[in-house]
Each structure stands twice: as C-alpha cells, then as structure tokens.
Ligand binder design. Structure first.
Ligand code: HH2
Length: 277
C-alpha cells in the first residue's frame, strides 16, 4: 500500500482520497473563489470536510488560462491566515502555489502539502520545501497560465509529460527529498488541448506505473465543458464522471470542487470494487 508522508500525517492511499479546492481568490474560473473573506473560507473548508474531503487545497492565485499574476504579498495575505486557521484540523492542508516565499510561510503556518503547478522549477522552490516533512505535488504545465492555451503543441504528449515529471522527480531526489513525499500530476488543462487531455487520460495507467501516487484535477475544467457543452456551474456530473474514471485508472487523489457528489460516486465505486470504505 502506498503511504504518503504529508507533514504530521501519513496518508494511506489504499483507497482514493478527495482533495477539496478552497480558493481564496476573486477570479477563479470555477466561480467559487472567496477572495479574502476568511470566515467564509473557513466555513467552506468545514463544509468540505463534513462532506468527506480528505485534504484541503488552498489557492491564493488563479491559474486559469489568461489569469493575471498576483504579487507575493497579496498571495501571502490571502493564504496564510487561512492556513493558520486550518492547520490544527484533522485533515492535511495543502497550499497551491508556485512562489517559494509562499511555500515557506505556508509550511511555517502548518501546511502539510505543497501543490506546485510549476513543479518546483522556480529558483528557491526546492530549497523552500526540501527540509520539511510536507508532501509535494509535482505537476506538468506547458508555458505559463497567461498564454498556455494559445497554441499548445507536443510531438507525443504522453511521453513528453512523463519525461518532464521524471526530470522534476530526479531534481527533487538529487536534493534529498524522499520518494514517499512525492505526488505526480499530468496537469490537465495546463497547456493542453482537449485531445492532449484525452490522450493523457487514456494513458493514466502509464503515470500510475511510475510508482508514485497520481493526483488528477479535472473538476469543472474546460475539458468537461468541451465534452458536455455545459457552463461552469453545470459541470458537476461531467466532473464526477471524470473523477471516477481517473480513480478507476489508478489515480489515488482527485482534486475537486464538488466534494459531496464525488464522495457518493467514490463510495459506489469502492462498494463495487470491494476497496475498504
Ligand atoms: N488545477 C488548478 C489549480 N491547481 N493543482 C494541481 N495539482 N492539479 C490541477 O489540475 C490544478 C491545480 C486549476 O483549478 P482551480 O484551482 O479550480 O482554478 P483557478 O486556478 O482558476 O483558481
């Protein structure tokens, strides 16, 4: 059984885990960002845990295609007070950031996982996390959020994403990061067309075979829109189906907006596959 070292937690991955998205942003694509309303964010986090979330992922900067960067101070002001409020809870707190200063402060405030869409490539990012106990989510992205969807191209998307993740895992290992802290994420929607996303989805078993737990985030994304034709608020069913398919193909953590709906689907999956509930 895979066990993820995750701050003061040891997350057993014998069954799929739900990571709930709590965005403290004014502009997240999903439309459910909470800006800097700390109490509303704590209520959202509590509701997610009550609905069955196993982890909470706090984001202080939207990375939707075309998003505007936020300053380090602004991101710290959005994220750190919330991490402080949630750090003592019974579930690990993850922070979604690519800024080393936000990583450091998040860890100081009690975060157990750093989720970096930039795969710890920023100067100082590995230094910021190396000596902690935190889990690290290593995600693939082509380009950067502002322009990444303009014309993404690959010769072989699956091979290139796998190779990128290998290189980043090696960079972390070279710095002494233990393999039991690492999660891999193909990065759905980050510099990828629908065809690229589908190719990666179909090849998820090749990511799972790398022997690191795989995290998948497709919740409410444009991939779901392209398939279903639904507006963002109406993508729950498509997102739940995608989460289920990801788990079926071996993903161990799914990052979602709609916790209760996804939890129900996973309960059915677990009952049918006889995985412990
Ligand atoms: N997707 C988003 C943000 N962070 N992290 C990982 N590991 N994997 C993902 O697929 C991923 C991620 C984008 O979704 P969201 O946070 O809902 O939107 P926004 O960036 O607009 O706040």
């Amino acid at each position: 059984m895979q066990v993820l070292r995750c701050g003061r937690f040891r997350l057993e991955l014998d069954r799929p885990r739900l990571m709930a998205i709590v965005n403290v942003t004014p502009d997240s694509f999903s439309g459910d960002g909470l800006n800097r309303d700390l109490d509303a964010a704590v209520r959202r986090a509590q509701a997610a845990v009550d609905a069955g979330a196993d982890l909470l992922d706090i984001g202080g900067e939207s990375t939707r295609p075309g998003s505007e960067p936020v300053s380090e101070q602004e991101e710290l002001d959005r994220v750190i007070p919330l991490v402080e409020r949630l750090a003592g809870w019974a579930v690990p707190v993850s922070v979604d950031t690519f800024k080393p200063a936000v990583m450091r402060e998040s860890l100081r405030a009690g975060a157990s996982l750093i989720n970096d869409i930039n795969a710890f490539r920023a100067p100082g990012a590995i230094d910021a996390v190396r000596d902690s106990e935190a889990a690290l989510c290593v995600m693939h992205m082509q380009g950067e959020p502002r322009g990444m969807q303009s014309d993404p191209r690959y010769d072989d998307v699956v091979a290139e994403v796998l190779e990128f993740l290998h290189d980043r895992v090696r960079a972390l290992a070279d710095e002494g990061v233990g393999r039991d802290r690492i999660l891999l994420d193909p990065g759905f929607g980050f510099g990828k067309t629908l065809e690229h996303n589908l190719a990666l989805f179909r090849a998820l078993d090749r990511f799972v075979a790398q022997d690191y737990p795989v995290l998948v985030g497709v919740s409410r994304k444009s991939m779901i829109a392209a398939i279903t034709g639904r507006a963002v608020a109406e993508r729950v069913h498509g997102s739940v189906a995608a989460a289920l398919l990801a788990v079926e193909r071996g993903a161990r953590i799914v990052r979602v907006h709609d916790v209760a709906a996804t939890r129900d689907a996973l309960k059915v999956w677990q009952a049918v596959t006889d995985v412990p509930a």
